[in-house]
Design a protein around this ligand. Structure first.
Ligand code: AMP
Ligand code: GLY
Length: 417
């Protein structure tokens, strides 16, 4: 089958790569993609936010499936336009993507479905924010209601900083601080009127959101990830399926806006049990990079099954034994800004190592043909191994071979696991 992947980040490179390795897939197309994606797919120049353009490209290529990677096109309803042309889409409709697009909406769905999450207040005025901060106490958690590329959340002990962040947003969610390790659990979701919903969780992963070692500094889109989590409780996946994923997709179906595609539950394992930190409506980045490196099942039947409501007919995903670790290299200035045009060396050297591949995100080809930086998160070095420690050591061997001016990476991804 032929697949078109929409987006230009690391997640989309990883998806296109996994599809290119899938024996059922004859052609992989990507739009707009990046130089890494170009090594595994044919690139097309399309605005991912323009549903008509995406649908026209999918139609002219005759693809059997469109995979929409990032949240912005999903929230903008790109999937709806493509579905209306009769082409299957992996990714929710705009109405279902509100689970990510509005944190207030996600809270409303969780309340209706009885899903455990932080206590929260939706605020639109400084007075409401101040009252909510005082009621919930420090550390303060203030979230921009809308999409903010991983940077809309401030967690701080400073009441002034919390108020200042809220003042810069139209509508915020002020919420209770959740303590405890964070886990990302992804689930493939399908819905068909006749059969109801099918939810297939993947194995848990962990993302490192802060820029600095030891979780210092501001939040980013994610600086590295690994899977599986040997320390997580054995019942985690079963518990989250029962308490979080299934009730959420059931509530979305009940509302007439069934969720299909990938439901990403960002969880805190608190002393009082699992709590949802956030939902996303798409594969997480960078967790997808190590997860797909370990996925043993072919990817295309799972994505097509979710897109067409037939996931129940496809065997649940199976992962290889061992572990995978991905370490992100970010450009100078990230996350406050980013630096473009810095020449990247050593990608081939890193990939010459056994069990290592490089997933590109913010990269471009200069007119000279050199690979250069073109964004905040530039690439991820991904390695597999028999254990998290082994995969981690190999990933950092790869990181040591890649260089560009001002490159930043964390040295503690998956450390001590
Ligand atoms: P979000 O965009 O909602 O995932 O938030 C980004 C990051 O902020 C999360 O991964 C957490 O590290 C942190 N965070 C968000 N909400 C909370 C909370 N209620 N308590 C503690 N940390 C939080
Ligand atoms: N890894 C965080 C995200 O994809 O939102």
């Amino acid at each position: 089958m032929k697949v078109l992947v929409i987006g230009n980040g690391g997640r989309e490179h990883a998806l296109a790569r996994a599809l290119s390795l899938d024996p059922d897939v004859t052609e992989v197309h990507a739009a707009p993609g990046n130089p890494g994606t170009a090594t595994v797919a044919t690139l097309h120049d399309v605005d991912p936010l323009d549903g008509e353009e995406v649908a026209a490209l999918a139609g002219s290529l005759g693809v059997d499936l469109v995979v929409v990677g990032p949240e912005a096109p999903l929230v903008a309803g790109v999937a709806d336009v493509v579905i209306a042309r009769g082409i299957p889409v992996f990714g929710p409709t705009g109405a279902a993507a509100r689970l990510e697009g509005s944190k207030a909406f996600a809270k409303e769905v969780m309340a209706a479905a009885g899903v455990p999450t932080a206590a929260a207040h939706v605020c639109t005025t400084p007075a409401e924010v101040a009252a909510a901060l005082d009621e919930l106490g420090a550390p303060y958690v203030v979230k921009d209601d809308g999409l903010a590329a991983g940077k809309g959340v401030v967690v701080t002990d400073s009441r002034d900083e919390a108020l200042a962040h809220a003042a810069g947003c139209e509508r915020v969610v002020v919420e209770e601080f959740l303590d405890g390790p964070e886990v990302s659990l992804f689930a493939l979701c399908s819905h068909r009127e006749a059969d109801g919903t099918t939810v297939y969780p993947l194995q848990p992963a962990q993302d490192f959101k802060r820029i600095g070692d030891g979780d210092a500094g501001p939040n980013t889109g994610g600086m590295g990830a690994y899977t599986p989590l040997p320390w997580a409780p054995d019942t985690l996946v079963v518990d989250v399926l029962r308490d979080v994923l299934q009730p959420t997709v059931d509530e979305m179906a009940r509302r007439g806006t069934p969720f299909t595609g990938l439901l990403y539950a960002g969880l805190a394992l608190t002393s009082r049990g699992v709590r949802v930190i956030e939902f996303n409506a798409r594969f997480g980045d960078p967790e997808t990079q190590p997860l797909l490196a370990l996925l043993d099942s072919p990817l295309s039947p799972l994505l097509l099954g979710a897109a067409t409501g037939t996931l129940a007919d496809v065997p649940p995903p199976v992962f290889k034994p061992g572990a995978a670790v991905g370490v992100v290299l970010a450009s100078a200035g990230y996350p406050a800004s980013s630096s473009s045009g810095d020449v990247i060396t050593g990608v081939d050297d890193a990939e010459a190592l056994d069990d290592v591949h490089v997933v590109q995100a913010g990269t471009a080809l200069a007119p000279s043909g050199e690979l250069v930086t073109a964004g905040g998160r530039v690439l991820a070095v991904v390695a597999t191994g028999g254990s998290v420690a082994e995969a981690r050591a190999t990933a950092y061997d790869g990181v040591a071979r890649v260089a560009f001016p001002g490159a930043q990476h964390r040295t503690d991804i998956a450390a001590g696991v």
